[in-house]
Write a protein that binds this ligand. Structure first.
Ligand code: AOF
Ligand code: ZN
Length: 341
């Protein structure tokens, strides 16, 4: 039994290498073990590319070994013809002896069917090894599949006395350069970043990745009445941008205006994002938008920096109730990590 956890952990480490490249697919890793030795490894490397299992199988030198091998895979092998043929059938065709799975795939196209295909073919299948960890690793994918909305991470920085900005909306220099660099890393890990009107107006954020290596996310802004100046950095068309409003529908190169009903709710925005396969969103402010999402209980995770400054008065930080996961020190800034459940 012990061994299962060891190999599954290795498969999870491989899966993690797909972070930032596989969305909206899950991160999946695969390890093939013959007589207590790893004979091949693979992972899902990029969206649209081969799945973890064929990548691992391709690395096996002697296919004869497969009929006495155990395949460890973090997610249930797929049962559908998608961008690639079903992985469950591949494992059957290759004659593997046993398959050990982390979590069952809740994609309705798969959902237990992969396991059934393999069991019907006589393969011994067990699942649920490190299941909670695999769920945590693919929390964006599972939330997207099960709740039909993107996985939402809230982020803000506050002063020691609980303000996100001074009264004139000046919010510069709450957090230090290391915290700000960490945010750039986070931007590479989500499909999109979203801000409200005031943040776009007063902070004029570029919402791109500068202090880390990785892909730029899609930018999303809510500008109800289309009052934002088109010269703001976020409208520079250097990266795909969506502007939600109630005035007009329009598409330019890399910049799209999506019109919603005048009484639209946060859930309506998330529905559009779901339909566009945007699996995760980092909400970078401001407090109006953050509070709306907190009230609607449509967030999953919050990351809150507290910097070493006092504002005495200003714009109060959002307040959340949930399960706090951790409190870390980022070179003097306190970073609290909250999970909603
Ligand atoms: C696996 N192994 O490595 C991954 C799986 O569009 P496709 O064909 O790439 O299929 C995507 C779906 O396949 C995805 O939503 C998820 O259910 C499953 N991902 N399955 O057997 C893998 N990445
Ligand atoms: Zn597959």
């Amino acid at each position: 039994m012990e061994k299962h956890y060891f190999y599954m952990r290795r498969a999870m480490d491989l899966a993690q290498l797909g972070m930032g490249s596989v969305s909206p697919n899950p991160m999946v890793g695969c390890v093939i073990v013959c007589e207590d030795q790893i004979i091949a490894e693979g992972y899902h490397e990029y969206y649209g590319g081969p799945h973890a299992e064929p990548n691992a199988i391709a690395k096996v030198d002697d296919p004869e070994l497969l009929n006495k091998s155990t395949v460890y895979v973090t997610l249930e092998p797929c049962a559908h013809f998608g961008k690639t043929p079903p992985c469950a059938n591949l494992l059957v065709d290759k004659g593997v002896k046993k398959v050990v799975i982390g979590a069952v795939d809740t994609n309705p196209l798969v959902g237990g069917k992969g396991i059934a295909i393999m069991r019907n073919a006589g393969i011994e299948v067990i699942h649920g090894i490190l299941e909670a960890d695999v769920h945590q690793q693919n929390r964006r994918f599972f939330t997207f599949m099960e709740q039909n909305r993107p996985y939402i991470t809230l982020k803000w920085a506050q002063s020691i006395d609980g303000f996100v900005a001074r009264e004139n909306f000046d919010s510069k220099w709450i957090s230090n350069q290391y915290s700000r660099q960490l945010v750039h890393r986070w931007r590479t890990e989500e499909d999109a970043i979203m801000v409200g009107t005031n943040t776009a107006r007063y902070d004029n954020p570029k919402l791109n990745v500068r202090d880390w290596d990785g892909k730029n996310p899609i930018r999303i802004v809510v500008d109800r009445m289309l009052q934002l100046d088109r010269s703001l950095a976020l409208f520079d068309q250097q990266q795909p941008t969506i502007c939600f409003n109630i005035v007009e529908e329009a598409v330019f190169e890399n910049l799209e205006y999506v019109k919603l009903d005048p009484d639209f709710q946060i859930a309506d925005i998330f529905k559009v994002l779901y339909e566009r396969k945007i699996q995760s969103v980092l909400i970078e402010g401001g407090t109006f938008l953050l509070n709306k999402i907190i009230e609607a209980e449509l967030w999953d995770e919050a990351r809150v920096f507290t910097g070493q400054v006092h504002f005495n008065k200003g714009i109060p930080a959002p307040r959340i109730i949930g399960v706090r996961k951790d409190r870390l020190d980022v070179m003097g800034d306190a970073l609290e990590l909250w999970m909603r459940k």
